[in-house]
Design a protein around this ligand. Sequence first.
Ligand SMILES: Cc1ncc(COP(=O)(O)O)c(C=O)c1O
Length: 436
Amino acid sequence: MSVLAKEKITYENAQELKSYIFRGDGIKDIEFTTGNGVYLWDSEGKKYIDCAAGTFNLSLGYQNKEVIDAVKDQADKMVHLSSSYLSRPVLELAKKLVEVSPKNLTKVTTKVSSGSTANEGAIKLAQYYTGKREVISFYRSHVGQTIFMQTVSGLSFRRKPFNFSQNNISHIPYPYCYRCHLESEYPKCNYKCVEQIRDYILYGSSGNVSCIIMEPILGNGGNQVPPKEFFHRLKQLCDEEDIVLIFDEIQTGIGRTGKMFAAQYFEVEPNIMSVAKGLGGTGFQIAAILMEEKFNIMEGYLHSFTYGSNVLSCAAGVKTLDMINNDEFFDNVTNCGNFIMERLNKFKEKYEFIGDVRGVGLMIGVEIVKDKQSKEPDSKLTNEIVKRALDHGLLIRTSLYGFGNVFKIRPSLNITLEECEEMMTRLKKVLDEFQR
Ligand SMILES: Cc1ncc(COP(=O)(O)O)c(C=O)c1O
């Protein structure tokens, strides 16, 4: 079957096979068969635009030919090598990652197998280097789903059924300007939130804080975009208190903001940065930790995984960076992002239930409320919109994070303006159905 075929595929045993799968997520039982760019087809032949780029990881869309060819090439030579040894794809990827990252980050490890294990490694590096223990992270953050990273993440509902130890992990409010927890207003606030973090460190912490781990734009937690100056002040605070600043760039990295990393967009230099998702280009599993030279003291065996430094994935990463790292590519992200934001802002004027639209590049969130005045979160309506979107051939993701009332527009970064237009036309039809 060709990639663009739309004919229905009849699987005799579809129902039987579905009965074996553990899912537990209530998402409609659609079986997808083919992808191409921002598009997906299901077994009925129906075509969808994926507004979430897979799991926010398909920087180059479904089935990117160049990346797949690079992986095929590598597969002909060597499919696996222990991460203890060196190979071309690993070495080239490390060099390229350093070249495209903030200039203070000069060392890389790819021995990790996922975003969660990259973040765990980042925290180990911070603890090892500083000799300190406490980890600070933010409310509503999602920094992974291993037991440890679920504990570091900023939402209790995922911890509730389990017996996790919260020892040495603290959570502080994220700068959520639309609903400032200090009931202040940007820019009049004079960054009281940073002063509150300072107070916590000085008066409330163990006095032994190793690191602050932060998503520079909160991904699953509602697409919160802090002001630039917040980061400058936070970095200064970290420097003053000898605390390592870790950026989790697992969603924001690899071009999503129109810069290679959000750190570059916000003009801040984190001490350590974790990268994953988009680095795999068209869906290859990969992750990495970038660090300042001074962290290059921890023994490698303290953090390495069987499928870390996977040579196929590293080949995909090299090709992905080659394709993304140019002005034309970044301009497309910015232009398409601006186009979508403009449309969404018009929708915001029209629909009483759109409270806020925010984003940078192609990392965009739409906050759904009962009404603009009260700003009361409407997660029920958000979920209905997401479900209805499927009928209109749009895959949109929301989540239980935050108030569960923000849906996300984060398509593949090589989307075209025409595809953005098609996406917004379909979205308008969905929203029209809910106009009160
Ligand atoms: C910001 C962020 N950090 C970490 C993770 C965890 O990555 P993984 O699922 O590869 O472990 C995710 C996954 O969604 C994420 O969005």
